[in-house]
Ligand binder design. Structure first.
Ligand SMILES: O=P(O)(O)O[C@H]1O[C@H](CO)[C@@H](O)[C@H]1O
Ligand SMILES: [Mn+2]
Ligand SMILES: [Mn+2]
Length: 405
């Protein structure tokens, strides 16, 4: 009865990667720094008994070389290590695709940090194809700050707010009611078509609600339009061999809906965890349940809110026993991340970091996995777990686990 569940903690990096200098990210450490910030602000260490039991804190200290300020720390009983990234970028699709065996070795297209950021030819074509009266923004920005600056003008003018970041993204913010949610999705699809030739990884719909610059807030109706992964991922291989690949949260969007057999969405961290548990209770043999926990990144990492991040991590820790108690002898739980987003670092972008590689089976002993050369080691291990043909990338560590019967 081989099943696997990946809880993908979006942005939970555990120390600057060896190539962090190329990204201006030397010194970043999402987990260690949010723990320190929480300790500084509250005067006490964050209690993480379950994540420490799985080896997360040992992995962070080994990868980042910084002491983690946690309380109720338990001795590790899981397989734990830390992986660096082969992919050229530190974005969400690169991290996810790599952990399923497909590193992104080519360079994405990026928009320059100038204003305007977007090529005029593209803007003209976008306006002509969509019939919108123009665009606002046309710059690098934080998605919440730009709503405070341009939200009212958007509602008055009907011009969507278009912005980007250090990632290969074209984001469109528009008011769900005055502009219309479906209309926003339609113009995103047109942008997606036009931006293929510029090699842009994702177009993202960023709908929001509210009445003034003071209270505009993004809704849960975000939608990502990704290009296709460049070659088949673990998800494609498993589903082709008759397995179930169950997406929870934005996983399906990140993989451009390729190789997915079931999709579930749920708003917010707790709902995503509860949905994962509900799905795990009923998942058949040969199922991969793959959950993206986006709040860590979107609500706290990019927003540079380390204390909020710490509290969310505590909620995750508190919920973990529910999932651990559901695991059968031939189930494996993996916990990892797709990049860092150190909430104490300058700016609001991702940070190039090691990610945790945690694998846990009931009754396991402490099993150090050391430094891994690619996130793809996760995908390769799962290919072994499900008895699939080997993936092109990744060094599997099934020999450190009890293979399913
Ligand atoms: O500031 P917001 O809109 O959250 O943008 C963030 O979200 C994008 C996609 O994850 C990233 O590229 C980052 O810039
Ligand atoms: Mn991410
Ligand atoms: Mn992000």
């Amino acid at each position: 009865m081989a099943r696997a569940i990946i809880l993908m903690a979006d942005s939970l990096g555990i120390g600057a990667a060896p190539d962090a200098d190329k990204f201006g990210d030397v010194g970043a450490n999402t987990l260690a720094h949010l723990l320190k910030a929480y300790h500084d602000e509250t005067g006490k260490a964050l209690s993480l008994p379950n994540l420490s039991k799985l080896g997360l804190i040992d992995a962070c200290e080994a990868a980042g070389g910084e002491t983690c300020l946690v309380s109720d720390r338990q001795a590790s009983q899981g397989a734990w290590g830390y992986a660096k990234e082969l992919s050229s970028g530190k974005d969400t699709p690169s991290g996810h695709w790599e952990m399923t065996g497909v590193p992104v070795l080519f360079d994405w297209g990026y928009f320059p940090k100038t204003q305007p950021s977007f090529p005029q030819e593209f803007v003209d074509e976008f306006i002509a194809r969509t019939g919108i009266p123009g665009i606002l923004g046309n710059c690098h920005a934080s998605g919440t700050t730009i709503l405070e600056q341009l939200g009212e003008e958007h509602v008055k003018s009907g011009k969507p707010i278009c912005y980007t970041s250090a990632d290969s993204v074209f984001q469109i913010a528009a008011h769900e009611e005055s502009f219309g949610l479906e209309r926003l999705y339609e113009i995103c699809e047109i942008a997606r078509e036009l931006l293929d030739k510029l090699n842009i990884g994702r177009v993202i719909a960023r709908p929001f609600l509210g009445t003034s610059n003071a209270d505009f807030a993004r809704t849960g109706n975000r939608r990502d339009y990704s290009v296709l992964p460049p070659s088949p991922t673990l998800l494609d291989v498993l589903s082709k061999h008759g397995g179930e690949v169950i997406s929870i949260g934005k996983i399906a969007d990140i993989y451009a809906h390729q190789g997915i057999t079931q999709k579930h969405k749920a708003p917010g961290l707790m709902n995503l965890l509860e949905k994962s548990s509900e799905v795990l209770a009923n998942a058949p043999d040969n199922s991969l349940i793959f959950t993206n926990l986006v709040d860590f990144d979107e609500k706290f990492g990019h927003r540079r809110n380390p204390v909020g991040y710490a509290k969310a991590l505590k909620e995750f820790d508190d919920y973990l026993p529910t999932i651990l108690n559901q695991l059968n002898a031939d189930d494996v739980l993996m916990i990892t991340a797709d990049h860092g987003c150190d909430p104490t670092f300058p700016g609001s972008e991702h940070t190039r970091e090691y990610v945790p590689v945690i694998a846990y089976q009931p009754g396991m002993q402490n099993t150090p996995l050391g430094e891994r050369n690619s996130f793809a080691d996760i995908g390769q291990t799962l290919a072994q777990w499900f008895n699939l043909p080997a993936l092109e990338y990744g060094d599997g560590f099934l020999n450190k686990l009890n293979a399913p019967k």
